[in-house]
Design a protein around this ligand. Sequence first.
Ligand code: NAD
Ligand code: IPM
Ligand code: MN
Length: 354
Amino acid sequence: MKDLRIAVVPGDGIGVEVIREACAAIEAVAAASGKRITLTPFDWSADAYLKTGVSLPADGLKMLAENFDAILLGAMGDPRVPDNRHAADILLGMRFGLDLYVNHRPVKLLDARLCPLKGVEPKDVDFVVFRENTEGLYVMMGGNFKKGTPDEVATDIDLNTRKGVERIIRHAFEYARATGRKKVLMSDKSNVLIHAHDLWQRVFKEVKAGFPEITASHMYVDNLSLQLVRDPRQFEVIVTSNMFGDIVTDIAAGLQGGLGMAASGNIHPGKISLFEPVHGSSPPIAGKNIANPIGAIATAALMLAHLGWKEEAARIDAAVLEAVRAGQTTVDIGGTLGTREAAAAIVERLKPRS
Ligand code: NAD
Ligand code: IPM
Ligand code: MN
């Protein structure tokens, strides 16, 4: 198998701390299996932006696509850049510019102790959210009229294309078929968004016809938000729009023990893809060795599995599970360790046992 080349963009805040540990996990698992992977860092961050005025370099996307198999990113967001301009340029720039239309967010509870719900066990929380990742309310189309006056008007357009809606819905069904999952649920707000989400309804109906062995169902997103915390056993695969997917995956992260636990991939099947934990840069806890590194380490595993290193990914997941069961974790999930120490408990388990 060929060597893997990963571009690493730690970004801002706790992104830097957790990606350092995700890289340590990748290096440990590669060394143990005798495989080669190169991790090339890029300082695309608020710091760099404030110093140079450059967020995403002009040739950045081309350079990534030509030289790397995947990108591992920490988080983007810094109070010194109040409009989050650099984050939009870099993170959304990659999602849109590389056409990473699948936001794959697995939701898996590792230990009953981590779930805020009563009587819920790991087998009860095991589903995947597919979030449309290249359109919807994220396209930044819209504007202001009479800005700054009492008569101000502000709009953001929710852009939905047939191509965009169809490819994410199809991906969800194909994933279900390939992984033996039996249910796909589409969530929208078609009772109110009678144009855009009517398109979701019609496309869902069409696509599901090609997957007769899979049970297709629907929930409005407000009800989905309730059902996720009422009974997460109902779900296997959820597919939804960009903004709703953003919100329901923070709720879903809560089921897993919090944002520190949640992994994600921004994928264009067959092309370079971007992997990042679901959480942000968490300015209040940045630089304090507090952040939970598991979301980033699980993201590294998701990336390796995507790139064909299935065994290595499984080893990382197993090491994370063991460390969680042993209580060797950060405080957000009930442990006493710092970021570095919690990651070390995982990385130690990845080293060859002599
Ligand atoms: P956040 O995810 O940074 O934090 C939300 C809450 O979760 C905070 O209480 C935080 O302390 C906690 N948390 C998050 N990750 C954690 C971890 N690994 N360990 C322990 N606790 C963790 O979201 P926010 O506060 O809404 O946003 C902060 C900044 O991050 C903003 O600028 C936002 O735009 C940005 N952001 C970036 C990304 C990304 O780059 N993918 C994602 C979300 C938010
Ligand atoms: C996420 C984040 C991003 C999003 C922000 C930082 C643009 O919240 O990846 O979930 O809204 O997609
Ligand atoms: Mn989010």
